[in-house]
Design a protein around this ligand. Structure first.
Ligand SMILES: C[S@@+](CC[C@H](N)C(=O)[O-])C[C@H]1O[C@@H](n2cnc3c(N)ncnc32)[C@H](O)[C@@H]1O
Length: 808
């Protein structure tokens, strides 16, 4: 197994009522916990607040009507006294996560309750910050329709100001489930006056599974995606449907909490988790920022102030308690989680290659205008698939060339192969290998414009390639083509056919080429000024969105050197693909930090190894027949689900269960446009570039409510018929599983767009050029209603990367 970070596990006891001390911390550590939670205030403070509230409600002099305007604050909670908190700024502080009071209700519809709750939160956060507590948990908004989530969010925004270094965790369940509601004594929510409550406070089934996420979405939007506001996600006993789990995956989960009752008992009576729980937790524990785990209200930590023999509840449990207590030393819940840690599987090639790069935004390479460093080439060259597939494509092209009896451009009968943009030469080595394996003589050329890489090409030619390669240092668009100093034969020795063999066959020409084509081929291909054409032109100029590194423009500029009748380009074609995604982390990175360095940061496409994203438009494939035994698409999708590309399912709240639905749905990824080479409809080299503009518009149905932060882009390429590469999550496994060279591309939205359930997102996309530069433009619009009557409910502005256009 590879080296993966150990889990950091904390202990939470919602009724912790022992003094905080270095001994308590030691006791937690010796129980093998890394940290523990501690309430910021005491029951004394709780009683004090309750009595202020009761006085306010009973005191006729309090003008409660003032509250109906929701502006006044006549009920004041006095600052904390020593009896109100056990915290003190000492060495214990760094080992605890502070918890604010669970009995406040920041989103209460009753203005007095909401106001008192805000004051409590402010006092608690301010004191915790003063003591040096870095991490604080705030209980999430109540999951009922009366809850004023906007007011809750506003209070949290205020809370962020209480401690500039403090990280706040909003503690929320994955979904609303009445079974998870815990009644508590002295809960301020229970004192809310009836006139402020909605008559129907209940949740309906379907929308409710996204209600907790929707509340979180409001909170972080109000708090402007603050990086100090994160999630403590409670993994409940019943798991929500896959779309909900997939949505949470995209969010900044820093704490995963597991209640004692989330665990089942295994046959030996020890706590264990269902397979679905294990899988989801292990998936979250592989996030780039590994969340901490909190085991809540399971096994208490030994109270260091109790001496053995003393008559305490833990020393003398009731009979009932005794039956549920572990028979061995140690906390069995913790032992189970430590055991789960050892079940983590190793990383696959892509995980290893991308480790640390998840969701890290990078400017796309511009190899045309910028000369790449050797390490960049070195990274490409680690790909276990790309070069293998190029070799396969070249071998097939060579084989077909000979089999179809095509005339070669070099009159000596060798097939002329040129790698344009050869870099440090890996495709040259592969082409030579393909020729050797197929037993076909080739005339090998390699061109590169990067003068530094060219040094290595010369060295390889000497040491590795036996001087078999003709090297050219040039931009491919200004190259005049292969040339020889030898006098070229005027009679063509074609088709790579050994003349002796041909004579024995009774033919000197392969029969498959029609006569007229042969004639024209012979005249067009006759060398001029000792220059001749290329038969197979190999290039790798593709970017994450296929054409974004200007492969079309470069190949158009060299196409005139290609054998005009039979010339083959590897790649033969490529397509760009995209889909709308939720990517809160990427939005936060762009809008909070990158924009400060580059004002156009929200209008640039980025290369990024997408990980914490959620596909917003998905559909469920029809259920496969149960008898099918061959690997079906569904199987591929299911495989994808377990990898970094996540899918969702169409199930509803009614089947919220610990069993994940069997058929995951797949993202709707649409093909934006394509390019083909050679392109016989253009003059080469072309004088203008208008033929390389593109436009497309697609509608994406949205099954579940969500927030769109941008578009995820991918590409597919046909190197040679039957040999394809793909980064498209729908086809990558089938076409080029294990390929690591390209991360996807991300087109951001300046302002996130809320997508209502059942709506349709229209995305328009352009590839633009002014004959000197190339850039992209994109626009996202949101519609609801039926196909006959669409109502527009939102639109992004037109985004354009023109200011950061790629120079041709
Ligand atoms: C993505 S790298 C691929 C390098 C190498 N073929 C490989 O697969 O590892 C593209 C290479 O093409 C070169 N290149 C890009 N545009 C070019 C042009 N117009 N003329 C010549 N070389 C070009 C770059 O310098 C770079 O070395």
């Amino acid at each position: 197994m590879d080296n993966i970070t150990p889990f950091l596990i904390g202990h939470h006891d919602s009724k912790r009522n022992v003094a905080i001390s270095p001994e308590l911390i030691l006791s937690a550590h010796s129980a093998n916990y890394d940290m523990l939670t501690f309430p910021i205030t005491t029951p004394h403070f709780h009683s004090r607040v309750l009595s202020v509230l009761s006085t306010a409600f009973s005191d006729a002099s309090t003008n409660l009507n003032e509250f109906s305007s929701r502006n006044a604050a006549p009920v004041i909670i006095d600052p904390l006294s020593p009896a109100d908190s056990q915290l003190t700024p000492d060495e214990s502080i760094s080992s605890i996560i502070g918890t604010t009071s669970s009995w406040i209700d920041l989103g209460s519809p009753d203005p007095i309750i909401a106001d008192i709750s805000r004051q409590v939160l402010r006092l608690e956060l301010a004191y915790a910050a003063f003591c040096g507590v870095t991490y604080v948990i705030i209980h999430g908004p109540r999951q009922n329709n009366s809850c004023d989530v906007a007011a809750y969010a506003r209070a949290v925004l205020n809370g962020l100001d209480q401690g500039p270094y403090m990280q706040l965790y909003i503690w929320t369940d994955t979904h609303f489930d009445p079974a998870n509601i815990k009644k508590q004594v002295g809960d301020l929510a229970s004192f809310a006056r009836r006139e402020y409550m909605l008559s129907d406070d209940s949740n309906d089934g379907v929308g409710a599974v996204f209600q907790a996420w929707q509340a979180w979405d409001t909170i972080r939007s109000v708090c402007k995606y603050s990086t100090r506001l994160n999630l403590a996600l409670s993994i409940t006993k019943s798991l929500p449907p896959l779309p909900v789990l997939s949505r949470w995956y995209s969010e900044p989960i820093r704490l995963l909490t597991l209640d004692g009752n989330t665990f089942r008992k295994n046959p030996k009576g020890y706590p264990a988790l269902s397979t679905e729980h294990q899988e989801y937790i292990l998936k979250l524990m592989r996030l780039k920022i590994q969340p901490w785990l909190l085991i809540c209200d399971a096994t208490p930590i030994k109270d260091p102030s109790h001496r053995p023999g003393e008559n305490t509840e833990s020393n003398f449990p009731s009979l009932n308690q005794a039956t549920t207590m572990p028979s061995t030393e140690g906390d069995p819940h913790l032992q189970y989680i430590r055991h789960l840690q050892s079940k983590r599987s190793g990383m696959n090639a892509m995980d290893q290659f991308g480790a640390g790069y998840q969701d890290y935004l990078q400017a796309p390479l511009q190899p045309l205008t910028v000369n790449l460093e050797s390490v960049t080439y070195e990274v490409f060259e680690k790909d276990p698939i790309k070069y293998e597939w190029y070799e396969r494509a070249t071998a097939r092209a060579l084989h077909d060339w000979i089999e179809q009896g095509k005339p070669t451009s070099n009159p000596d009968g060798r097939v002329v192969v040129a790698v344009v943009g050869a870099g440090r030469g890996p495709l040259v080595s592969r082409a030579l290998k393909a020729a050797e394996d197929t037993g076909i003589d080739i005339d090998m050329w390699a061109l590169e414009k990067n003068p530094n890489a060219y040094v290595l090409l010369q060295r390889h030619n000497e040491n590795k390639w036996d001087q078999k390669v003709s090297l050219v240092k040039s931009d491919m668009r200004t190259w005049l083509g292969p040339q020889t100093s030898r006098k070229l034969a005027t009679t063509r020795k074609t088709y790579n056919v050994d003349p002796d063999e041909a004579e024995q066959d009774g033919s000197s020409q392969a029969p498959t080429i029609p006569e007229d084509q042969n004639l024209s081929a012979s005249s067009t291909l006759m060398p001029q000024n000792n220059r001749y054409k290329i038969d197979i032109l190999i290039s790798e100029l593709l970017g994450s969105f296929a054409d974004n590194e200007l492969s079309p423009e470069c190949l158009d500029g060299v196409q005139h050197l290609l054998n005009p009748i039979h010339g083959i380009s590897i790649p033969a074609s490529y397509t760009a693909h995209f889909t709308p995604v939720a990517a809160p982390k990427l939005h936060a990175d762009i809008s909070l930090s990158m924009i400060n360095v580059n004002p156009t940061a929200a209008e640039i496409p980025y290369v990024v190894m997408l990980d914490q994203i959620d596909f917003l438009s998905t559909s469920t494939p029809p259920e496969p027949p149960t008898t099918a035994s061959s690997p079906t698409k569904t199987k591929t999708f299911a495989t994808l689900l377990s990898k970094s590309s996540r899918q969702s399912s169409g199930s509803t709240a009614s089947n919220a269960t610990s069993k994940a639905p069997a058929i995951p749905s797949t993202p709707n990824i649409r093909t934006a446009w394509s390019f083909h080479h050679p392109n016989h409809s253009i003059n080469s080299p072309p004088i203008a570039n208008a033929h390389n503009t593109r436009y497309c518009k697609f509608s994406f149905p949205v099954a579940h409510t969500g927030t769109c932060h941008g578009l995820a882009g991918y590409f597919e390429t046909v190197l040679y018929p039957g040999v394809e590469l793909s980064t498209n999550p729908l086809t990558m496994e089938d076409k080029s599983a294990g390929m690591i060279s390209w991360f996807p591309i991300f087109f951001p939205l300046k302002t996130p767009m809320f997508l209502p359930e059942g709506g349709v997102v229209d995305v328009s996309m352009w590839r633009q050029t002014d004959d000197r530069r190339v850039w992209y433009e994109w626009l996202v619009e949101m519609y609801v209603g039926s196909s006959t009557r669409r109502i527009k409910v939102g639109s992004s502005e037109l985004h354009s990367s023109e200011k950061e256009a790629c120079l041709m």
